[in-house]
Design a binder for this molecule. Sequence first.
Ligand code: ZN
Length: 405
Amino acid sequence: MRKANSANPSLIRDINRSSVLDVMRRTGPISQADIAKILALQPSTIMRIITELLEERLIVSVGQGQTTSKGGRKATLLELNKDGAYAIGVDLNADEVIAVLLDLSGAIVAEVRTDCPSESGPNPVLDTVKQSIEALLAQPTVSADRIIGIGVSVPGKVDSVTGTSVIAINFRDWFNVPIGEQLEQAFQLPVYVEHDMRSMAFGEMWFGNEYDHMLCLGFRSGIGLGLVLNGELYRGAHQLAGDVGHVIVDPDGPPCSCGRQGCLEAVASEKAIHNNVRRYVQQHSLSSAGNRKMTMEELNIRFIYETFRQGHSDITAMIKEAADYIGKTLCDLVRVYDPQAIVIGGNVLASSSEFLDLVRSAYQSMQPNYADDIPSIQPARFGEQSIAIGSASLMLSRLFKPSGA
Ligand SMILES: [Zn+2]
């Protein structure tokens, strides 16, 4: 916790207020007396802050606790008001824009999903993001003055200080795109731009995951890693930490969008699987559940997943090959980072138990003979919405930190 500066009373008030909110977030319903005990603050200080937070409707009374041990009267319990503040979270990826409106408890109040025109350059993409946000702001159940800001996540290299997406190679002509500036101007709300996998890792931590050392692998048309080291997001010297999609795993493998060949992304991403299945379908027929022959246009990742789930042997072999590369890479990363757990999130495949079982099987089989306490592989807490929810939680978390922290 940040140390209070005795020369600055408003900063102290700010720190105390955010500390009270943070205690309530962590504990659930709690009395004023217990908050005072946990924070070692005067009851009068806590009472003043609680009065203020009740007036602002950021917290609510929720009944009474146990009688005190001395037989005193029951204390009123307080908790965060889930409707006290909302944030918008946007997962901007090359396939889709997923935008959610999140309440303070982490529940999605509204969601908009739109195809992303990533092949058309920055302006059409930014227009799609703006339209998604407008649709969320227009829904009637949440008053606009309760929405505290917008978190946006993008793959590639991100400068969170300036709100710039520096480069994202799966988007056409995408260099130094000022996402933060554009959205702040359009909506007059604070905007925070972050790397997609770091957002997912943050969302996992914020909503109750207690791991101080964690790897969050994002698996969809690209592959990336969010690193949590010592309880903090790790960015690296150039904001590029976790760029695991461009680790070469097969020097003779297929070309990659980064200009080299055989990167993990080129052999094992959803895009790589999609490409392999397309080539397969050019030589063999593939039918839907109703036995209708599928066209190339219908051959999306959801259909591929369904075919895999129904046990099609050739499709399963292609997906297993990708899972083997992922499992081996995770095994290598565990040697480097020694995490407590690995979380995998992303799209339809990453959210499926069948795919995760294949990854786990490869990961387990490739462990060295001295390995014990092998970190488990878990699905992301919020499935396909993990990155959008993580983006919104980055903005909600500001309520629990002193301004300027
Ligand atoms: Zn590459």
